[in-house]
Design a binder for this molecule. Structure first.
Ligand code: RIB
Ligand code: CA
Length: 328
């Protein structure tokens, strides 16, 4: 029996791959996609998400528009990473899927309350919608069946500043509220940070393998124009010639946590640091358990500390290739 998933996205290229992976995974019933300003503005995110799910022939997935600004404002786009339209070199034309009358936070809160313990939420953008859903439904942490997020850098450097990862950096106030809300609960957010996501990447050859069953189809055209743009960005950083599959790993880990190794810890989000705002400050040595610690706090996160990257990439390629073949 597939698990109902809600993906909260800022579609973007890797969010697109995460959505396709969710649609292609038999373990998942994608019931909704909620949109948030992040890589691009929420109106563009909503258009992109609608288009991706239409090309994937995803069926009856409720798409909701969410927050257009971080909780404290100050949003700025990053066109160099995901392209001006958020889908790399792909220029979106039409999109037909209707947009929900509910906003994202309302949808998340209501669906979790309607199906207690059933719904898995996977957040792959800034956590603004999740923070707003917590305001509407403070019991959200106990109502969700599972919660995974792509965000943070727990034992790694940041990708926007030396200490901050993009999703947390874009709305650190929202991230702080989310981590606080799960304090002391047995079921903690599975946090997939740069520590592991930058070990999971697709190459140009992988994209060709995914598109091979129907290279001229609309879905293959989308994948074939979006992902290489993202690969070019990563190649331009000189680190590796592939695109980090940040968001797909959050979905893969929500489906099958065994793809990563995890530790339970306490995470605080830095809000005031001149150089460190948006850092996910992590108690990796369990200082909070020592008698001298001011950090006598409960665990609020389960963070991924390693990943079986070849296994994740192989599953990603296999499932997206199958989707391209089915939608030919
Ligand atoms: O830091 C990586 C994250 O920022 C990913 O979710 C990517 O889509 C961007 O939103
Ligand atoms: Ca994202």
């Amino acid at each position: 029996m597939p698990t109902p998933f809600i993906l909260d996205v800022d579609t973007g290229v890797d969010d697109m791959v995460a959505l396709l992976f969710a649609v292609a995974s038999p373990e998942v019933e994608l019931v909704a996609a909620t949109c948030v300003t992040g890589n691009v503005h929420v109106d563009t995110v909503t258009r992109n998400t609608s288009l991706v799910l239409e090309l994937a022939d995803a069926g009856d997935v409720e798409i909701a528009r969410g927050a257009s600004e971080p909780l404290d404002g100050g949003w700025q786009p990053f066109p160099v990473v995901h392209g001006p339209e958020g889908l790399g070199a792909y220029v979106p034309g039409h999109h037909a899927k209707a947009i929900s009358a509910r906003n994202a936070a309302t949808l998340i809160a209501q669906e979790a309350a309607r199906r207690p313990g059933e719904v898995t939420l996977v957040a792959t953008g800034p956590l603004t919608n999740v923070a707003l859903a917590l305001e509407l439904e403070p019991a959200l942490p106990t109502l969700l069946g599972g919660f995974a997020l792509m965000g943070g850098a727990y034992r790694a450097g940041g990708n926007v500043t030396p200490r901050a990862e993009a999703n947390v950096w874009m709305d650190p106030e929202a991230a702080a509220r989310v981590f606080d809300a799960w304090s002391g609960l047995a079921r903690r957010p599975r946090c997939v940070g740069l520590d592991v996501t930058e070990r999971v990447w697709l190459t140009r050859e992988d994209v060709q393998a995914i598109c091979a069953p129907a290279p001229s189809s609309e879905l293959a055209t989308l994948i074939g124009q979006a992902v290489p743009f993202y690969i070019d960005f990563y190649a331009s950083t000189g680190r590796f010639d592939g695109a980090s599959m940040h968001d797909p790993l959050a979905v893969a880990a929500a489906i099958d946590p065994s793809v990563c190794e995890w530790i339970d810890t306490r995470v605080e989000v830095e809000l005031a640091g001149r150089w460190t705002r948006g850092e996910t400050v992590t108690d990796l040595l369990d200082i909070r358990h020592t008698r001298w610690s001011e950090w006598a706090k409960e665990e609020n996160a389960r963070i991924a500390v390693s990943v079986d990257a070849p296994r994740v990439v192989a599953r990603l390629i296999e499932r997206l290739r199958g989707l391209v073949s089915e939608r030919a």
